[in-house]
Design a protein around this ligand. Sequence first.
Ligand code: G1P
Length: 289
Amino acid sequence: MIQRVRKAIFPVGGLGTRFLPATKSMPKEMLPVVDKPLIQYAVEEARAAGIEEFIFVTGRGKSAIEDHFDHSYELAATLNERGKQKELQAIRETLPEPGQVAYTRQQEPLGLGHAVWCARHMVMNEPVAVLLADDLILAEVPCLKQMVEAYERLGGNMVAVMDVPRPQTAAYGVVAPGRRDGRLVEVKGLVEKPKPEAAPSTYAVIGRYILQPRVFEHLGRLERGAGNEIQLTDAMARIIGDGPFHGYDFAGRRFDCGTRVGFLEANVAFALGRPDMRDRVKEFLKNYA
Ligand code: G1P
């Protein structure tokens, strides 16, 4: 029987050094694309895919994220007084239902695998989605929803993949592919950040995962991998034989909001997607061509 994916992990413990000084006292996941923080895009994508429990793995200095997903009584009262119904609606939309959100802390920055492992007791014995808020995906059908639909037919493990130029493989987890069938690619191996000449393909793993709980057993060994970090990719590589494991070549455009240029491009692309801004943004962009 294929168990439904009800829970999602959001690793948000990273330091965001690339965005200093902006991230000195603010989590990088709170950086806005147009008018919404990155983390909210990720949470909304998860919700659209049917996720009911949102598990944040945070770190020091991340309390703004908890506040963001909480009631802001004063703000709501003031907006109400001033008759700002649209704005009121926008902040209501950030609110998960009571008890749907849980937080745990990654006490040391030991890598993505370690962050995911920190959530093990909240996931227990069921499949779980992992979403990296840095990877922002503009899509007609939200990326995780596309994956959940495929997962409900296939079960097993699944990662989002994207074809990248070969010189970029060292920035990603890379799939050793088997058969391809439509958007699905059989995963036969996974390597974290291989040099271009050693990469088994140019299918890069993008930050959306559906994982079976057995991955926690391997993460629990706390073995170090690339960059001396505990890598999620290495633990996933160990469960490849367990059952189906697919890469999902999603429909949509992904922006690497972990880099400044990617983040800037996301802002432009999302603004151009907004009917209330599109024309004026197009107009001023002409000045920079
Ligand atoms: C992480 C993962 C990597 C994946 C990437 C996607 O790397 O370790 O496998 O391809 O996210 O964005 P990071 O970007 O944290 O170095």
